[in-house]
Design a protein around this ligand. Sequence first.
Ligand code: FDM
Ligand code: MG
Length: 237
Amino acid sequence: MGSKRAPFIVIEGLDRSGKTTQTALLQGRLEREGIPNKLLKFPDRTTTIGQMIDSYLKSASELDDHVIHLLFSANRWELASTIEKLLAEGVTVIADRYAFSGIAFSASKVESSASDPGTTIPKLPFEWCRAPDIGLPAPDEVLFLDIAPEQARLRGGYGEERYEKEEMQARVRQVFQHLGEETSSEKPQSERLAPGTKWTVIDAGKERDAVAENMWASVQSLVRGGLTQPVWKTVAE
Ligand code: FDM
Ligand code: MG
């Protein structure tokens, strides 16, 4: 491998997009190809911070919106050096959700406007939501599993956790789309959210094996070839 490192791949998507199934299928494919890999899941509910997040998501505790946002970010920072180490050792890292979920979900929280109660306004400014993740190792590729919230609902309904509501999911999808534009290679590299990150939209409405094939087609040269440049960092602007 020489001085090459392994790639960091993030899978993002709405609840019910098939993200967990597809992440497992991708990992299975890496195994069959003999590519060393590690699957991470955010939030990582096993750490002390992760347990606080888990309790909040299950509505067993209440936390200020700022606090839970910072805990989600801290839960990534807890694993930042592990991610860098694995990549340097040649282990492909796949993460089921990452900072993009962090921004998309928190920036989608709304309250009714005091001056105009008929309209809603964001509880947390977008830029504030981005700030705590600045400097984290950035993925080489994000696979965004895109599905319309109405179609996601037809897959058997949302679960019981906080945020698993159709209005929330619709707002989250919009923020994800905005993040995709901010990350896309159509922008000058200096203006991108994560300058080295490739953002790929995968149609998650297709059947399971077709989705898996599209995901594999998108990442295979990256995971087979490795990379020479250092791990990218998420940036301020
Ligand atoms: N979520 C996830 C956030 O709100 N912020 C974050 O930083 C992350 C990583 O947590 F509703 C939300 C997204 C989802 C919930 O995620 C739990 P899983 O993938 O359903 O466990
Ligand atoms: Mg969920």
